[in-house]
Design a protein around this ligand. Sequence first.
Ligand code: PXP
Length: 256
Amino acid sequence: MSEPSALRLGVNIDHVATVRNARGGDVPDPVRAALIAEHAGADGITAHLREDRRHITDSDISRLMSQLTLPLNLEMAATEEMLSIALRHQPHAACIVPERREERTTEGGLDAVAGHNHLQRFVSELGGADIRVSLFIEPDKSQLDAAKRLGAPVVELHTGAYCDAAIADDGAGVEHHLRRLTEAAQYGASIGLEVHAGHGLTYDSVKPVAAIPELAELNIGHFLVGEAIFVGLQASVLRMRALMDEARHPMSTAAQ
Ligand code: PXP
């Protein structure tokens, strides 16, 4: 079997902004967090500009674009406002996520099947501006086929159901959701999609997902920011990176 390719870590800094916004003011600064994550070995920074600006703000996006050397993955709803912001800032990537109940499938990802007509223009306008588009979907064949039909080069598989089963210590559930993620990653890669995954991953749940060889990137935020309260952000990112590497290359990391 050939070596699995490298697995990138995208660090989501939204919840640094959540803490800042709880008091207003400027601290803690999500841009500072992004620079620390970069220093600790993150391959990209992810930030979600929500319609209600609950965490990241427009000025955070401007500062990230001017201060980061890592690629920025902007998570956004498929709305006119977010499209024009993305086109103005030209981040490396845009991940289209659901923000309203009616945009969701039953389990939480974007419904790319039912939303095909609405999503089409967003995918083509972002792609036309050289922004790498991904769709945040459930690990489901019909959603992968829909993403392919839409012309999105990347999908991000929602790992929430797997993580919920892991937290509940539900062995059968973990196995079931891991199988769905594995099969979806294999199928997605077989139809030419680049496949990412994320949502809810922790030190305890990351390794089985990171071991799926078809995955090219994991996006992780809430746990890393929470853990940073105890050990610092640099240490939490380094530890997550090490666990991902151990899962990908068990032989070489064991020999070190
Ligand atoms: N991927 C996507 C598309 C997301 O919207 C989020 C944030 O909800 C994440 C990954 C990261 O999830 P978490 O913060 O739970 O690690």
